[in-house]
Design a protein around this ligand. Structure first.
Ligand SMILES: NC(=O)c1ccc[n+]([C@@H]2O[C@H](COP(=O)([O-])OP(=O)(O)OC[C@H]3O[C@@H](n4cnc5c(N)ncnc54)[C@H](O)[C@@H]3O)[C@@H](O)[C@H]2O)c1
Length: 384
């Protein structure tokens, strides 16, 4: 008979966008719907969420909607539940560091959204504390598990590109100001004092995407802007946007690769997907998005000749080929949860830990400094 092993997971911030949709619904509840997480020895791991938040009414409604029994507004009570082994955090960024510290002190394993802290010092200290406490730890690096980026990684691993020369990334979409149409992102994202800002939000992602798929990041130059100076919040009240809503970054990678990534919430989409990365190499190029990745090999590269007097004679877009799926892709957040939970229970390999998370915070901190000082900054190696 299969044995079922329950693992209690305190989930803080599940009333939020990420906490609810990606982590509770698409990951933990999806694992339960598939009957649990099978381990190598045949055991089925059964995640039991313990919901934590600030509003009793919202937690109760959420628990009832999904048939869950455990929820509380007290983090201490949740951590003290005898079934609790893991603490997960998807709260607003400024609330994270303190809560993670409390959970580490209580001896719980840690899984958390990015950025892990608002400063590099704080992020490194968390990584150190977790190591000293001997608790396993992981940080969400979901973009690595997107089908489009997995296909891009497949191309890199195959040697398709030859020598990689450059990367150009475009991320973003128009986030409504909140006056005549409501904003589709929370207002704290646009207030620096509440942990908002494009660089703090997105540079942690660009760090692991570049480091792991292309080459380690060695320097950063960033220009940031607040293009929309005033927005309206969830209640319709006007507030000054104190955080950057766009960041234009240039990153030098090991081996001389140059990466440019534009991130903006004040841009209208003329792309196939909300994020796209073009990688150009001596042997071929590729454009990867969330789901798809198209490529062009050197033998299929056209030879355009610049002539502004003539209309374009070629349909450049049609000269690319799709990388096939060749596998079934599950939700990226769920895949990473499964890897982390196996790591907690069996000690299997897992390297996206709080130190890796600190690298993301480091790039964000250096990016913000670069933007303030108007100069390029080296990205030194991090050690605990
Ligand atoms: N991995 C990703 O792709 C990704 C995407 C978006 C956001 N995030 C991260 O997830 C975290 C949450 O972002 P979100 O977009 O879900 O935000 P959100 O505003 O939708 O949710 C925030 C959650 O934090 C809780 N909270 C705790 N203290 C709070 C306080 N003082 N004020 C307001 N809310 C408080 C809220 O109740 C809510 O549950 C952020 O740290 C963000 O960086 C990650």
């Amino acid at each position: 008979m299969t044995t079922r092993r329950t693992i209690g997971i305190v989930m803080n911030g599940v009333t939020g966008r990420m906490g609810y949709r990606q982590h509770l619904l698409r990951s933990i509840l999806a694992i339960r719907e598939q009957g649990g997480l099978p381990l190598e020895d045949g055991t089925l791991l059964w995640p039991e969420p313990i919901l934590v938040g600030r509003s009793e009414a919202r937690l109760r409604a959420l628990a009832e909607r999904h048939g869950l029994e455990r929820w509380t507004t007290s983090l201490d009570d949740a951590l003290a539940d005898p079934i609790t082994e893991v603490y997960f955090d998807a709260q607003v960024t400024p609330a994270r560091e303190k809560a993670l510290r409390t959970a580490i002190a209580a001896g719980k394993h840690i899984y958390t959204e990015k950025p892990t802290a608002e400063s590099l010092e704080g992020a490194l200290d968390l990584a150190r504390s977790a190591r000293e406490a001997g608790v396993r730890n992981g940080v969400v690096q979901d973009k690595l598990f997107l089908p489009g980026l997995l296909k891009l990684k497949r191309l890199v691993d195959s040697g398709f590109f030859g020598r990689i020369l450059s990367v150009r990334g475009e991320f973003g979409y128009w986030v409504f100001e909140g006056d005549w149409q409501s904003a589709q992102r929370p207002s704290w994202n646009y207030r620096a004092e509440d942990g908002g800002g494009m660089i703090l939000d997105m540079f942690p992602h660009w760090r692991y995407v570049l480091d792991e798929i292309v080459a380690p990041v060695r320097s950063v130059y960033a220009h940031s802007s607040t293009h929309i100076p005033e927005r309206r919040d969830e209640q319709g009240a006007a507030y000054p946007a104190t955080a950057d809503d766009a960041a234009y970054g240039i990153f030098e990678l090991e081996g001389g690769v140059v990466a440019q990534i534009n991130s903006s919430w004040a841009v209208r989409v003329d792309r196939d997907e909300l994020v796209e990365f073009q990688v150009d190499g001596t042997e071929g190029s590729a454009v990867a998005g969330l789901r798809n990745c198209r490529y062009q090999h050197r033998v299929g590269t056209p030879k355009p000749v610049w002539n502004p007097d003539l209309a374009a004679t070629e349909d450049f877009r049609s000269q690319w080929h799709q990388v096939p799926d060749n596998e079934v892709f599950d939700n990226g957040f769920k895949v990473q949860w499964e890897l982390f939970l196996r790591h907690v229970v069996t000690g299997s390999d897992y390297h996206w830990d709080l130190l890796e998370g600190a690298k993301g915070v480091q790039l964000a901190e250096l990016g913000m400094r670069s933007a303030r000082e108007g100069r390029r900054l080296d990205v030194p190696a991090l050690e605990l």
